[in-house]
Design a protein around this ligand. Structure first.
Ligand SMILES: *[C@@H]1O[C@H](CO)[C@@H](O)[C@H](O)[C@H]1NC(C)=O
Ligand SMILES: *[C@@H]1O[C@H](CO)[C@@H](O)[C@H](O)[C@H]1NC(C)=O
Ligand SMILES: *[C@@H]1O[C@H](CO)[C@@H](O)[C@H](O)[C@H]1NC(C)=O
Ligand SMILES: *[C@@H]1O[C@H](CO)[C@@H](O)[C@H](O)[C@H]1NC(C)=O
Ligand SMILES: CC(=O)N[C@H]1CO[C@H](CO)[C@@H](O)[C@@H]1O
Length: 313
């Protein structure tokens, strides 16, 4: 029913240009440029001219990594891509969360998917989907039995990581920056309108997804565990996606300098982009405590919703 509404909505968008105020609707539409690893960006126009491997085609995703921003979505996609039966989209597509892209229609979306063999599954990741008000309904309209992957980490850590990314992004663009405390606190109270905090309210966003998908269709990856020890989390994902077990411990090696795991597969070694694993600023402990106690209630609600707990500090 809800899925049908979204399809109707897509038709409307294709017929009339969305009014500008509508384009701004939704929860989180800010681009996450540093989450795009330049080395991995596909040249989409180049892709069209080069001939695809025989027997392959571009297919709608069978699974989508929906978020969360700064949760480790890039790491998850890269690690999952080790699997020979996974074809990962190179770019963050932002189809379901940006109205201007959604209006381009489903064929536009499919064109951005990688070529894959019939035995492979296509996976796309766009971290903005998790906090988008419309993404669940739209994804459901495309494929109501799609398997969703959500990677989460401690919500307070995520806020600081979110801040850190924006901070470095602004520095690089010669824009003024603020101390994290000035964003977290307004007039002596926690500034709950701060977007980074809003994005960490996992219960609020999860409710929206559970209106359209049963819990069994959403597998939650523990982002903190994935960084500490990737293999067990990836084996759970293989099982969730009904993939034969192909990812093994020799696919990972610990890089002492970086302090996290890198990937070894097909005779190639690759680590995540420099923007990953940046040091976080030291946050005033009173303010951090305010943030943690605010998130505590939300994370309790979230644990109830997903019938599972996480080891968040
Ligand atoms: C992308 O492909 C087009 C057409 O093949 C080419 O002209 C362009 O230089 C490529 N861009 C990059 C960044 O490789
Ligand atoms: C929908 O997703 C499921 C689960 O990945 C997959 O088996 C099915 O083929 C998909 N349907 C379409 C039309 O892509
Ligand atoms: C380990 O990380 C450092 C720092 O980013 C990098 O220069 C080096 O190439 C990496 N080594 C391996 C084997 O991945
Ligand atoms: C932390 O912030 C509080 C106000 O929120 C302030 O009273 C306190 O002095 C700050 N502590 C430090 C170490 O800066
Ligand atoms: C980050 C955070 O707020 N963690 C809390 C989540 O909720 C549990 C209780 O359910 C607390 O113990 C954590 O401190």
């Amino acid at each position: 029913m809800t899925c049908f509404l979204a399809s109707a909505f897509l038709l409307v968008l294709q017929t009339y240009a969305a009014p500008p105020e509508f384009v701004q609707a939704g929860f989180d539409i800010s681009l996450d440029p540093l989450d795009l690893d330049p080395g991995l960006l596909a040249n989409v126009s180049g892709d069209v001219t080069s001939s695809p491997p025989p027997g392959t085609s571009k297919r709608a995703p069978h699974s989508i990594i929906i978020g969360v921003r700064k949760g480790g979505t890039r790491a998850l996609l890269e690690m999952l891509d080790i699997h020979p039966e996974v074809a990962a989209a190179a770019t963050e597509v932002h189809f379901f969360d940006w109205d201007e892209n959604y209006a381009k229609g489903f064929e536009w979306y499919r064109e951005l998917m990688p070529y894959s063999y019939p035995h492979q599954i296509t996976v796309e990741k766009t971290p903005g989907y998790f906090t988008s008000a419309l993404a669940p309904e739209r994804i459901c309209a495309m494929n109501s039995s799609i398997k969703l992957l959500l990677i989460l980490r401690d919500p307070a850590e995520r806020v600081i990581s979110d801040y850190t990314q924006v901070y470095f992004n602004r520095l690089e663009n010669h824009k003024p920056v603020q101390a994290i405390e000035n964003l977290l606190v307004r007039n002596g109270a926690l500034n709950i309108r701060y977007k980074a905090i809003q994005r960490s309210l996992y219960d609020v966003h999860m409710r929206n997804w559970l209106r359209h998908f049963p819990l069994e269709q959403i597998h939650i990856v523990d982002g903190d565990a994935l960084i500490r020890d990737p293999l067990p989390e990836l084996q759970k994902v293989e099982r969730f996606l009904n993939l034969p077990p192909r990812i093994v411990s020799s696919n990972f090696y610990f890089n002492q300098t970086k302090g996290f795991y890198c990937i070894r597969s097909d005779g190639r070694e690759r680590c995540l982009h420099e923007s990953k694993g940046r040091p976080h600023p030291a946050v005033n402990s009173t303010v951090l405590q305010q943030l943690r106690s605010y998130l505590q209630e939300h994370n309790r609600t979230f644990f109830r919703l997903v019938k599972r707990t996480f080891d968040w500090q």
